[in-house]
Ligand binder design. Structure first.
Ligand SMILES: Nc1ncnc2c1ncn2[C@@H]1O[C@H](COP(=O)(O)OP(=O)(O)O)[C@@H](O)[C@H]1O
Ligand SMILES: [Mg+2]
Length: 229
């Protein structure tokens, strides 16, 4: 299996009252193409900070971030934006859908940067919505759908550009347990179809859905283990 990404001694500090407060304290790991990895840790351990670096929403203070054949740690804002659009699909806890757009329009949004017709954008959006089982909700707006359906729209939006990496931050955090299980089952199927997924969670029962669990505590990786069935 090819390596998709590798972090090498990543640190991140935030300035606070004239001091640099370290949040990530030397994070190193790599992820292979096709892996389903969960990053688990308690509140305040640095998960979201790490997710922002993985997702090119922020840059590390020190260290290297290799993604395919690129080095991302020191890119400009513009370069990061491009990597984000082309390489990563995001799923957030609160879905982050635009309330004025229907499902197809939401899912088609990441395609506006591609040189394809509006018609083709909508065709791909409908295809992605069918993949998550929402072919019967194409024209529904977010407030006309349940939380689980909204999260599936968000997953379709993450898939629509066929990115090499899907990054999910607490994707079941706003869902009831049954709906959460359905979303986790969907991630598992996407993983079986070859997608590379990194999912962040504080919940051990959610983390177990990955093939591999990285445990983060106080800004360090303290465990890295395969999940046995
Ligand atoms: N922009 C920021 N400025 C200062 N401190 C921050 C900032 N973002 C996060 N932190 C601090 O970094 C630590 C880890 O935060 P975070 O990555 O959000 O943890 P988690 O997602 O695991 O709950 C916390 O102590 C938080 O207060
Ligand atoms: Mg967080």
């Amino acid at each position: 299996m090819a390596t998709l990404l590798a972090l090498d001694h990543i640190t991140k500090s935030y300035p606070m009252a004239g001091q640099e407060v370290p949040v990530l304290k030397g994070i190193s790991f790599s992820v292979q193409e096709g892996e389903f990895v969960t990053i688990m840790g308690p509140s305040g351990s640095g998960k979201t900070t790490l997710m922002h670096i993985l997702g090119c929403l922020d840059v590390p203070t020190q260290g290297e971030y290799h993604f395919r054949n690129m080095e991302l740690a020191h890119l400009s804002e513009m370069q990061l934006t491009r990597v984000r659009r082309e390489q990563i699909g995001f799923v957030f806890q609160n879905f982050n859908l635009l309330t004025t757009l229907n499902a197809v329009e939401n899912v088609a949004l990441p395609l506006i940067y591609q040189r394809i017709s509006r018609q083709e954008q909508y065709r791909r959006a409908r295809e992605a919505l069918a993949r998550v089982g929402l072919e019967h909700r194409l024209t529904y707006r977010p407030n006309q759908m349940s939380g689980g359906q909204q999260q599936r729209v968000a997953i379709a939006r993450a898939l629509v550009t066929r990115p090499p990496l899907i990054l999910a931050d607490e994707p079941t955090g706003n869902l009831d347990s049954q709906t959460g299980l359905e979303v986790l089952q969907l991630f598992k199927e996407l993983s079986q179809e070859g997608h590379t997924i990194i999912m962040i969670t504080h919940d051990h029962d959610v983390a177990k859905w990955g093939q591999r669990i990285l445990e983060i505590k106080d800004g360090r990786i303290v465990a890295d283990r395969e999940v046995t069935a």
